[in-house]
Design a protein around this ligand. Structure first.
Ligand code: PMP
Length: 400
């Protein structure tokens, strides 16, 4: 049956990751996947999460019953509240159809398939560049993807004029995918003033905004600040979609907790829209996983854990910002040619360095040959293969 099945190409991110894993140099850092690391280079289990899990373990009301397509209604409530704000008209007038999703990816997927049935213009405008998975998710749901200018290779910052021009030329009714904050992969976000400009075009062209919010609180450390664009659009009374992920901001990567909201014109539309979201969910996974959602709601409902989580958000986002500072400083100290200030201006865990593909490949190759030489050197100098890094750097510093 499968003799003609071709080998699928490696995912561009996972492919580099696999290459890095094969590298035995103890100093090799994995900078490919978007996952937070501690000062020791280890994954970080948030203390708020650890405590929430302990509480859940001791809670006699917990069970593993089916819950239905919507998932955990509490998760839906707190997620919408976190994104739109308690006083939002969307919540006060019950204009949100919110369902639990399988983290950000699954939430985007449900949104894409809902739109494929109920949105007449099957065109998705995406930033150039965007997270590679957006292409797979939306083209799989029957959308044609059209890039709008976003990243400027000249400044390594936002090409605001290009973005506005491209959105202004979009056909009415097209869907526009917007990264709520900490744009992946560039780290380039519009300023609040620029978001006002984007909103103006979205209204003029009657575009349907679809916000992808994978980093709320993780970018700036403030849940409110990172939701500014979402709230601006929601407060303008627009219908829109929102996919949320708790992978980064709660470190719940493999728990797959998230939510999808379709903001409707009124509460009556919510009922119908939600029934259609259930139609999408039922044949794919029927019931979303409960544990991650229970962690999220336990944290959100406990003032103590909520406070602790907000502190941990500041710890994580500050460390990411500090890493940017260190990288920038190292480049300056080494007098690497060029202006590297964009590394400080970009936000979140991704940085578009401005290196060309050829330069990046050269760095990887240099690193590989560097590792090889460490082992050759240690083999001949100590005979044991043990790496004395300090001695090695002294002996070889002239070359590097
Ligand atoms: N959207 C964007 C822009 C992302 O960067 C990510 C995480 N890499 C996601 C969505 C979804 O991630 P997850 O499915 O793990 O929540």
């Amino acid at each position: 049956f499968w003799s003609d099945v071709p080998q699928a190409p490696l995912d561009p991110i996972i492919g580099v990751w696999a290459d890095g894993r094969a590298d035995t140099d103890p100093r090799t850092l994995n900078l490919t996947a978007g996952a937070y690391r501690t000062e020791e280079g280890k994954p970080y289990l948030l203390e708020a999460v650890r405590r929430a899990e302990r509480m859940l373990l001791d809670d006699p009301t917990q069970h593993k019953e089916y819950r239905g397509m919507k998932g955990d209604p509490e998760l839906c409530r707190v997620s919408a509240q976190m994104a739109f704000g308690e006083e939002s008209d969307v919540l006060l007038r019950h204009r949100n159809a919110t369902v639990q999703g399988i983290s950000g990816t699954g939430s985007l997927m449900v949104g894409a398939h809902f739109l494929s049935h109920h949105q007449s213009v099957k065109l998705l405008l995406v930033s150039s560049p965007t997270w590679a998975n957006h292409h797979s998710i939306f083209s799989g749901a029957g959308f044609k993807l059209q890039p709008y200018r976003y990243y400027s290779p000249a400044t390594h910052l936002l090409d605001y004029e290009g973005m506005i021009e491209d959105l202004s030329a979009a056909p009415e009714g097209a869907v526009v995918l917007l990264h709520a904050c900490a744009h992946n992969p560039t780290g380039v976000d519009p300023s609040l003033e620029q978001w006002h400009g984007v909103l103006r075009v979205v209204r003029q062209r009657r575009l349907l905004p679809f916000f992808d919010s994978a980093y709320q609180g993780f970018a700036s450390g403030s849940l409110e600040q990172d939701a500014a664009a979402i709230r601006l659009f929601a407060d303008a009374g627009l219908e829109m979609l929102l996919a949320q992920s708790y992978a980064k901001n709660m470190g719940l990567y493999n728990e797959r907790a998230g939510a999808l909201t379709v903001v409707c014109a009124d509460a009556e539309a919510v009922k119908r829209v939600e029934s259609q979201l259930h139609e999408v969910i039922r044949p794919i996974y029927s019931d979303p996983p409960a544990h991650g959602a229970a962690i999220v709601t336990t944290i959100m409902k406990s003032p103590e854990l909520y406070g602790l989580w907000k502190e941990e958000l500041v710890v994580m986002s500050s460390r990411v910002a500090l890493m940017r500072q260190h990288l920038y400083q190292a480049l300056v100290d080494l007098a690497v040619p060029g202006d590297w200030t964009h590394i400080l201006k970009q936000i979140g865990m991704f940085s578009y360095t401005g290196l060309t593909k050829e330069q990046a490949v050269e760095i990887v190759n240099q690193a590989k040959s560097f590792t090889k030489r460490i082992f050759e050197w240690t083999d001949t100098s100590s005979g044991k293969g043990a790496i004395d890094q300090e001695q090695f750097f002294k002996a070889t510093s002239a070359q590097y």
